[in-house]
Write a protein that binds this ligand. Structure first.
Ligand code: ATP
Ligand code: MG
Length: 265
């Protein structure tokens, strides 16, 4: 199957540090790809190079066959990249529904047809309600975004990116800070988005959930790609075992639910 996103030979340098060093990977249509690796491996730097929110010093990125590496963030968004925090953080005093409606309106105002398209509030709210339904948080629609529990706020973040109607959703540690039950629920939601045809690039430290829901994993270590393949097989590769806590993570059984968070902090 042809890749939706193709990243080839990505390189990002911060002074003398090669934060991303000749990294290539692809995301296929409808695929949930996990991008993992220890702290400082270059995951966020990679994601920002793809979204245009951070620098890229070498390499090529195509989205549906089209080169995007020279485009500004908003153009990439128009072409189908779902970027979190692209507009603003959730507006705390605004309702959950209006936060998503606002993001939806933003997308449609930006569209090529903005002159012809009269974005009305009802259309935005209808679209927002449908998105909240996909994320299973429609019951929180009228609550102020600043007052809902963290688990709901995390889903709201995803909902806001979905409002941009992306083809590829980029998520950087969406499960961070959630307890294991909430993390599992949000991971299920992300899985269901991929099952509905959306492509997702998921950065996560919660290896148990990553292995459970992802179709494939790419592993980075100190800026380089060290593995790429089926999640359970990848987690057994010696280089990956070595990268994570010297193999402690993978002792005995394949990582399933036991590994809460392998971050070395
Ligand atoms: N703006 C920056 N200026 C200088 N160095 C940076 C900058 N951003 C990241 N780095 C460095 O680049 C390397 C990769 O950082 P990055 O944030 O991409 O790692 P990461 O894999 O996302 O880590 P984490 O799991 O902790 O989020 C690190 O050594 C980091 O200190
Ligand atoms: Mg990061």
């Amino acid at each position: 199957m042809e890749a939706l996103l193709q990243a080839s030979g990505l390189r990002v340098q911060f002074g003398g540090l090669r934060a991303v060093d000749d990294v290539s990977f692809e995301v296929r249509p409808g695929e949930l790809l996990g991008l993992i690796g220890p702290n400082g491996a270059g995951k966020t730097t990679c994601l920002k190079a793809v979204s245009g929110q951070g620098p890229l010093h070498g390499g090529r990125i195509t989205l549906a066959g089209r080169a995007i590496e020279a485009l500004p963030v908003h153009r990439r968004v128009m072409l189908g990249l779902g970027v979190t925090h692209q507009i603003v953080r959730p507006l705390k005093s605004l309702s959950v529904l209006d936060n998503v409606a606002f993001a939806w309106g933003h997308r449609h105002r930006d569209s090529l047809f903005s002159a012809a398209l009269h974005v009305d509030r009802h259309a935005a709210r209808d679209a927002a309600r449908a998105i909240l339904g996909r994320l299973g948080i429609v019951e929180f629609a009228e609550r102020a975004a600043g007052e809902v529990p963290l688990g709901i706020r995390k889903r709201l973040e995803v909902a806001r990116s979905l409002a941009g109607e992306p083809r590829l959703l980029l998520l950087d540690e969406p499960l961070a800070g959630l307890n294991s039950a909430e993390a599992a629920r949000l991971a299920d939601v992300i899985r269901s988005l991929a099952d509905s045809g959306l492509s997702v690039l998921l950065i996560e430290h919660n290896l148990g959930e990553v292995v459970r829901v992802c179709d494939r994993l790419v592993v980075l270590e100190t800026g380089r790609k060290i593995a790429d393949g089926e999640p359970r097989a990848v987690m057994r590769e010696p280089a990956v075992v070595q990268a994570y806590l010297g193999g402690e993570v993978l002792g005995g059984e394949a990582p399933g639910g036991e590994v809460e968070d392998a971050r070395a902090e």
